[in-house]
Ligand binder design. Structure first.
Ligand SMILES: Cc1cc2nc3c(=O)[nH]c(=O)nc-3n(C[C@H](O)[C@H](O)[C@H](O)COP(=O)(O)OP(=O)(O)OC[C@H]3O[C@@H](n4cnc5c(N)ncnc54)[C@H](O)[C@@H]3O)c2cc1C
Ligand code: FES
Length: 277
């Protein structure tokens, strides 16, 4: 039986600077690793520590994995400053349930991301591209602080060219290099905007990932424009430790986000006090 405490090795093959604070690490895995979009890994920087991250690459790739990481504290700072191509990192997992892709078949999917929150969603986007014939339409709504803070910029043209895909971008404040929409990501969820892009609210699911405060206002806006709690999935990327339901560090009501999530249906969690902390 696989020992969940024992990390696999991933050798850093490529490092891409997405933004001044976010880098994507492409890892060559020591053995094939399957995961579902939305499941997460515990990544170890040897001698420093471990932290949870959701792969940003396609779940179809089993020999290599991309993880997109924002610099926030101890582990991520060492990772950004010291880890180089050729170094190895540890990987435990995958943990959690991942997105309920089977539910999305025949539906329109509204993907709402903020900042580095587009990283886990990119893995979902690739998984949906692989099953595009079975999906009705994908609407991607992504907000970043500025054009410099947008993740995966070089992929936008390819995404837009795909059939059944609508890409909608906004930045927080006007910027000389930006000619598109300005405002928080919720401005892409206003009734008029959703009407313009043609979403069929009744026949859709929403998946959102981003900072807690963004998830809160995105959820309220979605409810205001007519989505039901059952249609909304939120990536609850809270502090975690064990990753498999033992340390009680990550619960909302009876749910352990590491085991039952991290992507939770809002209908299941909405009545507990610490949903948006
Ligand atoms: C399931 C899951 C998936 C995640 N996926 C990604 C991902 O794909 N890319 C990515 O960049 N980050 C992701 N995160 C967040 C990432 O785990 C944290 O940024 C990381 O643990 C910080 O580690 P650190 O040692 O550098 O920071 P620390 O020294 O532990 O903390 C530094 C600062 O970051 C805050 N912080 C720490 N952990 C979190 C957290 N989970 N959420 C919000 N704030 C936090 C602390 O409060 C503190 O202010 C994910 C988190 C979870 C739980
Ligand atoms: S991280 Fe330990 S119970 Fe969830």
């Amino acid at each position: 039986m696989e020992n969940i405490y024992y990390p696999h090795k991933g050798v850093v093959k490529e490092i891409k600077e997405e933004t001044p604070k976010i880098k994507t690490y492409r890892l060559k895995l020591d053995k094939k690793l399957s995961f579902r979009a939305g499941q997460f890994m515990q990544l170890t920087v040897p001698g420093v520590g471990e932290a949870p991250f959701t792969p940003s690459s396609s779940p179809g790739e089993v020999e290599e994995m991309e993880i997109t990481i924002m610099r926030t504290g101890r582990v991520t700072s060492v990772l950004h400053k010291e880890v180089k191509v050729g170094d190895f990192l540890g990987l435990r997992g995958p943990f959690g349930k991942g997105y309920p892709i089977e539910k999305f078949i025949g539906k329109e999917i509204l993907i709402v991301g903020g900042g580095v929150g587009l990283a886990p969603l990119r893995s979902l986007i690739y998984a949906l591209f692989d099953r595009i014939e079975e999906i009705k339409q994908i609407y991607i709504c992504y907000g970043a602080k500025s054009p410099e803070d947008q993740c995966f910029k070089d992929e936008y043209k390819d995404w837009e060219r795909k059939k059944k895909v609508s890409l909608n971008l906004t930045i927080d404040e006007s910027h000389p290099k930006w000619k598109g929409t300005v405002g928080l990501v919720t401005c892409l969820l206003e009734k008029d905007y959703l009407k313009k892009i043609g979403i069929d609210i009744k026949n859709s699911y929403v998946v959102s990932c981003g900072p807690d405060v963004m998830l809160k206002f995105v959820t309220f806006k979605l409810l205001e424009v007519g989505f039901k709690p059952e249609q909304i999935y939120l990536s609850m990327n809270r502090r975690m430790s064990c990753g498999f339901g033992k340390c009680a560090r990550c619960n909302i009501g009876p749910y352990y986000l590491c085991k039952d999530g991290p992507d939770m249906c809002y209908a299941d969690i909405k009545d507990y006090p610490n949903v948006f902390c």
